[in-house]
Design a protein around this ligand. Sequence first.
Ligand SMILES: Cc1ncc(COP(=O)(O)O)c(C=O)c1O
Length: 285
Amino acid sequence: MSEIVYLNGSLVPREDARISVMDYGFLYGYGLFETMRAYGGRIFRLERHLERLAGSAAKLGIAVDKSVLESAVMDTIKANRLSEARIRLTVSIGEGGTVPDPASCGQPTVLVVVSHYQPLPQEVYEKGYRAIVSSVRRNSQSPLAAMKSLSYLESMLVRQEARAAGVDEAICLNGEGMLAEASTSNIFLVGDGALKTPSVSSGGLPGVTRETVLEIAGKLGITTMEDDITFKELIQAEEAFLTNSVIEIMPLVEIDGKPIGSGTPGEITRKLMAGYKEMVRGEVG
Ligand SMILES: Cc1ncc(COP(=O)(O)O)c(C=O)c1O
């Protein structure tokens, strides 16, 4: 974790950083965050992360300035002299009154914590992830559905469920029984000659990596589909994988103890993994 963190306009040693006990991010989960990845000190798709955060912030009535956030993130990476890094940008609505009322909040709280990132060993990608279906359903109707909000307890519970089952991930369906996403990643599958991912209206996060993968697939001439996807389609898929900014593209080879396709990372998945690396090299290499 970073030695130096950015907090509300200042770079300070982590142990000196203080947030109010009345911060509504802490008290009510009233805020947002982004987890990003830096390669050689440069953040991949920083602008898209900031756009997502700013878009949600506008809906929540949190005043953010993207250029301030961008400098905050870059300054924190530099202050910690990091090259390969994981960056956590957190913005809350700030300190408020005792009676829960967002209108009582003053300035937003902005925090950046960075850490060195050691990618997972190649063997993990060669083997792929095993998952179960979570008992937690994503609420596609929730106002928080498309936000990376600080109200992240559901995702934590999904992750714990996976750990308790001795697998790597758990997949959430939505209230309608369609695929939504995993605990901290989006899901894709390959079937019927197309690359499919649940539409954003299914209740998952509009992931930056998800968007990048769809773009790469387009460039590679792979047919893509964003739609409602049934659990049956996942079981019958030829390939599947999970995406987020940190793990990038992780093959998903097993669900509820049954292999997906051949039970090994598929050909389209491998092509997209290679395409993603190339995209990163091209943009921030
Ligand atoms: C719940 C959830 N879904 C999907 C994602 C993937 O988003 P991104 O590709 O922007 O990292 C994340 C990221 O951590 C997440 O927390």
